[in-house]
Design a protein. Structure first.
Length: 229
């Protein structure tokens, strides 16, 4: 599925960018990637600030110059503009459940990992919150964040023991955010899912359509979310 005059400004170092890349790969949507070098602080350049004043990635620029920021808003644009093979539900109940569970995974898992990393990493001193403003790190948030991540793992394990996918019977954006959260915690904090859990099954057995995902590139028959090697 080809798009016309759309550009996704993103970084391979950004977990939020990865959430959008996986979504688009799962949907089979072709798009133009514009890399933003976070290591070189390109997001703070005047050129990028003109695109997204929040100075964060990802940012989707439409053909008319409109910029759409925030992962959920970018997803929503593609769900509406390209409705084939949606990942945010079709019927009203499915849409509501997909949004509910994705929001829970984001708040309870992804946000916990993000706040822990940003308040712990030495290179992020003075940058505890992403965006245009500077905030100092708070060490106590790290201790709280580590507890939140473990609670998230326990809650996710319980959910996937009772449901084939996070939001129910179908693969949705909730599963994408779950996968990225686990990988983020595994790589940035050395906190993978414990061995032996159903959520920690081998991702290679979960055939996935996502060409971005290195563990599988054709089909999908397993809902479990596992760290990528």
């Amino acid at each position: 599925m080809k798009t016309e005059n759309l550009k996704l400004y993103q970084s391979n170092a950004s977990p939020n960018s990865r959430r959008v890349r996986i979504y688009l790969a799962e949907r089979g949507i072709c798009f133009a990637l514009v890399p933003v070098d976070l290591g070189a602080k390109e997001q703070f350049s005047s050129a990028f600030a003109a695109i997204n004043p929040r100075r964060v990635v990802p940012a989707l620029v439409l053909g008319d110059g409109t910029t759409i920021g925030e992962v959920s808003a970018i997803w929503r644009y593609f769900e509406e503009a390209y409705p084939e093979r949606p990942l945010m539900g079709t019927a009203p109940k499915e849409k509501a459940l997909a949004s509910m569970w994705e929001r829970r995974v984001e708040l309870e898992g992804f946000a916990a990992v993000m706040e822990t990393v940003r308040n712990k990493a030495p290179h992020l001193r003075g940058r505890a919150i992403s965006g245009p403003h500077d905030y100092e790190q708070i060490p106590a948030i790290v201790d709280r964040g580590l507890r939140r991540i473990q609670d998230f793992y326990d809650d996710l394990e319980a959910r996937l023991a009772a449901s084939p996918f996070v939001a129910g019977e179908q693969y949705t954006v909730a599963d994408i955010t779950g996968l990225v959260t686990i990988d983020f915690a595994s790589k940035a904090l050395s906190l993978p899912m414990p061995d032996g859990t159903s959520t920690g099954c081998a991702i290679a057995s979960a055939e996935r359509t996502s060409t971005e995902h290195p563990a599988g590139r054709s089909g999908r028959n397993c809902a479990r979310l596992c760290p990528v090697p």
